[in-house]
Design a protein around this ligand. Structure first.
Ligand SMILES: Cc1ncc(COP(=O)(O)O)c(C=O)c1O
Length: 425
């Protein structure tokens, strides 16, 4: 467990009232706590919050209605909520060097929706990374609002290399003249060239939205190129690498502050979730400490080590490695599908998700790859030595996908490791 987590172990979950009042829900939460303790969490968008974040999340701030913004609310009794939201806003601005911050989006998808709403008109052309190549639903995918109410053009990754083709981005931008270009990733293991995106956006007169949901911690600590000075708006979830509660925030240039604030409230949302705002403030406070940078460095080192370990066992890593916290394994050559691998690894208490890989011929429901990441296991305290164990376990399961004995052995070894690195709760 890293030092940020051990520093806050005093407030372990107190669920006594819940146990008495609602034993059914208590039992489910208790069992989920055990599941988290006994398995290794490899989904790159997940993490473990500190006791301090969980305390704020479970606080009486959930009782308060606060439509509006600090100093301008539609309900009385908001002096202390104003204080909390102002602190959160200042911390977000300071951590990311931003001109403006909106702390109210309920989650990452609503945050992106609010930027669309604030800066665009329905039917405007937007350009984002295609979902199968690592983009998010909200970047213009057809089943999402962004693909339905906007004219979405999708750029992609080179099917041979898996790397985003920036020349294609430039060509498509010149051809389609989008009002907004979205640069962000959900399943892409390489750095985003925000400078090039900004140049292209400027050339065609588009806004640039950087969605750093996955890489917020790396951006905050200088371990990934920073879009904040050059993008019109930057959105992020707070529950991934940033290690906060489920939620999101939007950074923007002052010039767009009013439009984006209105896009959040009153356009898309009512009252903000004040308990979440408080918990986000705590996470931002923790992320401003020097040990958060060491944590993020270890996240990258672990991802690189895991990628090398898997490669040494003959597995193919999309783009040949990783620059960030995640990796994509292309299982095509193994004859095992992404879904089969996900299910078998789940049985061994290794949790990850099946994922499409660039040029995938299979369906999104049972694609050719798996996606895995190191934020949660690094919070747990795992380092390079454990990445070698992990790579071997994953390769063993994939090689012996139908062999119960292998799954059972790996499950036991995973449980032993988890006991050596317990979560704080
Ligand atoms: C890049 C990106 N943007 C937005 C989101 C949406 O966040 P949420 O699931 O909180 O709506 C995600 C979620 O994984 C994401 O990866």
């Amino acid at each position: 467990m890293d030092s940020l987590q051990t520093a806050s172990t005093s407030g372990a979950q107190k669920l006594d009232a819940l146990q008495t009042v609602d034993p059914e829900i208590y039992a489910a939460i208790h069992a989920e706590t055990e599941r988290q303790q006994e398995g290794l969490e490899l989904i790159p968008s997940e993490n473990y919050v500190s006791a301090a974040v969980l305390n704020a999340m479970g606080s009486v701030l959930t009782n308060k209605y606060s439509e509006g913004y600090p100093g301008k609310r539609y309900y009385g009794g908001n002096e202390l909520v104003d204080q909390v939201e102002r602190i959160a806003r200042e911390r977000a601005k300071a951590l990311f060097g931003a001109e403006h911050a909106n702390m109210q989006p309920y989650s990452g998808s609503p945050a992106n929706h609010a930027v669309y709403y604030g800066l665009l008109e329905p039917g405007d052309t937007v350009m984002g990374l295609a979902l199968p190549d690592g983009g998010h639903l909200t970047h213009g995918w057809k089943v999402n609002f962004s693909g339905r109410y906007y004219n979405a053009v999708q750029y992609g990754a080179n099917p041979e290399t898996g790397v985003i083709d920036m020349d294609q981005v430039a060509e498509l931008a010149r051809e389609h003249k989008p009002r907004m270009i979205i640069a962000g990733l959900t399943a892409y293991p390489r750095q985003l060239d925000f400078n090039r995106f900004a140049e292209i956006a400027e050339e065609v007169g588009a806004y640039l939205l950087a969605d750093i949901a996955h890489i917020s911690g790396l951006v905050a600590t200088g371990l990934h190129p920073d879009p904040v000075p050059i993008a019109d708006a930057v959105t992020m979830t707070t529950h991934k690498l940033l290690r906060g509660p489920r939620g999101a925030l939007i950074l923007s240039k002052k010039a767009h502050a009013k439009a984006i604030d209105r896009g959040v409230f009153p356009a898309l949302q009512g009252g903000p979730h004040n308990h979440t705002t408080a918990a986000t403030a705590v996470a931002l406070h923790e992320a401003a400490r020097p040990d958060f940078k060491s944590y993020c460095q270890q996240v990258i080192t672990n991802a690189k080590t895991l990628a090398e370990g898997l490669q040494s066992r003959g597995l193919s890593i999309v783009t040949g490695g990783t620059d960030n916290h995640m990796l994509l394994v292309d299982l095509t050559a193994t004859g095992v599908t992404g879904k089969q691998a996900q299910v078998a690894l789940d049985q061994a208490n290794l949790t990850l998700n099946a994922n499409m890989v660039p040029g995938d011929q299979r369906s999104a429901f049972d694609p050719s790859g798996v996606r895995l990441g190191t934020p949660a296991i690094t919070t747990r305290g795992l380092k390079e030595a454990e990445m070698h164990l992990l790579a071997n376990w994953i390769a063993d399961v994939v090689e012996h996908i139908d062999d119960e004995a292998t799954l059972e052995r790996v499950r036991g070894e995973v449980a032993d490791l988890c006991q050596q690195y317990p979560l704080w709760y």
